[in-house]
Design a protein around this ligand. Structure first.
Ligand code: EPU
Length: 447
């Protein structure tokens, strides 16, 4: 492991329960999209409670490349975006961001409205499946955009402007729904979107757009109707809290037999997680005091129980909650079953847990739930976890953001000293996680 610098390696002396409290801020998967939405406004926008994470830096860089002035406000976590001078960015400079984030694709609609053209580099993001963008491209074409693939990425133009369309997604994709919202709000006429994603982060993005002057109706059965308007203003917005980070710390409390209060976590966004947390044998308590409230997660003692779980789109169990929770399931008595139905390759990280003493077998079949899109397509997307297993320390290489956090939890739960390589990937989505770990009594050091 020679090609990691000291700041990218975390030494974890495991075996100590995590105890204490931390705070989660605005949801990564809303904040980054709200930042892109600011491009659509004719006046500055203001976003509060923005976490200091790598993905926010990446989107800040992309905004600045396109002429948006990004400044810090007076409050901690407050960012102001001034889009008065939106301009085309140099293709090579945008390409520097390729591989670091999937957010560039969401700039299409806003840039087409502001400039008449957009360039999108080859996209990166977590290595958790094919992550195609066919739904995005198809929707943009139906709005009237012309998409040309070039060597470095995609050139997109709208020679006749963008017009509202009747669209139906083959699967309720979060990113494609956001793409359609960010494009339809200023397209001419009405857009009707069927089979839309309705994750809380999507609803919060709709709140942002409504503050900007957009007219969006969320109907029942995943139907969203957008009435295009000729202009939008800036917004002031406080994002929903990060329910993925909150659940990650909850799972870490359970796996380490600890007790963690996650200030800022909100029950309404986490009901499915809380149900499973209780079924496994974890305990939680809601404090809904305004400003100071949150959720306390703890291991009440005794043995955890095996469960069958299936990831799904909202209101199902989030795919991003799966990896941290599986570490806790290695400590449960009996056979737990996991069926991952959102991404086809999101169980690869279990090999590292096996290396640490867990017993996890992955399967191509759809286990424990309804058959999914991946069932007959040769993807290892189900797992059986036999527990409880005593985890021992290991050297671990982080493959992606959420799997990375689960490696970290496993190292914290294991006896002995582990070295976790590639922790900068965790900084993409977890603000100051080393500081938070220290505050919870973990014995960790960089290097
Ligand atoms: N899909 C397609 N074609 C498309 C778009 C998506 O086939 O054009 C498929 C994907 O391959 C996948 C499924 O649809 O199998 C769902 O993908 P979705 O578009 O919903 O995911 P995303 O927008 O790329 C966001 C989050 C993910 C989160 C998923 C699901 C962001 C930046 N990312 O991804 O978060 O897992 O929704 O909730 O918002 C993370 O935060 O670590 C993360 C991966």
């Amino acid at each position: 492991m020679t090609n990691y610098d000291a700041g990218d390696v975390l030494t974890v002396h495991g075996g100590t329960p995590l105890n204490g409290e931390l705070r989660v801020r605005g949801a990564k998967n809303l904040v980054s999209k709200a930042m892109v939405a600011a491009v659509l406004g004719e006046t500055p926008s203001r976003l509060y409670d923005v976490p200091a994470i790598r993905d926010v830096e990446v989107v800040t860089g992309l905004l600045e490349l396109h002429g948006v002035k990004v400044t810090r406000g007076e409050l901690d976590g407050e960012l102001i975006f001034d889009p008065s001078n939106v301009e085309s960015a140099n293709v090579d400079e945008i390409n520097v961001h390729a591989g670091s984030s999937r957010i560039p694709i969401l700039f299409c609609g806003p840039l087409l409205h502001r400039l008449g053209h957009a360039f999108i580099p080859d996209l990166g993001g977590c290595n958790i499946g094919g992550r195609p963008i066919d739904f995005h491209i198809q929707a943009l074409r139906e709005f009237g955009a012309v998409v040309d693939k070039s060597e470095k990425g995609m050139d997109i133009t709208a020679p006749d402007g963008l017009r509202g369309a009747k669209l139906e997604l083959p699967y309720p994709s979060v990113g494609a729904t956001e793409q359609i919202l960010l494009t339809a709000v200023r397209a001419e006429g009405v857009t009707e979107l069927r089979n839309a994603a309705v994750e809380p982060e999507i609803i919060d993005l709709i709140c942002v757009l409504q503050k900007m002057g957009a007219i969006i109706k969320v109907h029942t059965d995943r139907v969203i109707e957008i009435q295009g308007v000729p202009r939008l203003t800036g917004y002031n917005h406080r994002p929903i809290p990060d329910r993925i980070e909150a659940a990650s710390w909850g799972a870490a409390a359970l796996a380490t037999r600890g007790d963690v209060f996650v200030r800022g976590a909100r029950q309404a966004d986490m009901m499915t997680f809380l149900n499973l947390f209780t079924s496994v044998g974890g305990a939680f308590e809601i404090d809904d005091a305004p400003g100071t409230g949150g959720i306390r997660f703890w291991h009440p003692g005794g043995e955890l129980k095996a469960v069958a779980m299936e990831t799904d789109v909202h209101p199902g169990f989030m795919t991003d909650w799966q990896q941290p929770m599986v570490v806790a399931l290695t400590q449960a008595r009996g056979l737990s079953i996991v069926h991952e139905t959102v991404y086809e390759r999101r169980l690869g990280y279990t090999a590292a847990l096996n290396q640490m003493g867990a017993t996890i077998q992955t399967y191509r079949e759809c286990l424990g739930g309804t058959p999914c899109r991946f069932g007959r397509r040769n993807f290892m997307h189900s797992a059986v976890i036999a527990g409880p297993s005593k985890l021992h320390a290991a050297d671990l290489v982080i493959p992606d953001l959420r799997a990375g956090f689960s490696h970290l939890i496993a190292a914290l739960a294991a006896e002995g000293t582990s070295r976790v390589y590639g922790v900068k990937l965790i900084q993409r989505g977890y603000e100051d996680f080393e500081g938070k770990l220290n505050a919870l009594g973990a014995h960790v050091e960089l290097g």
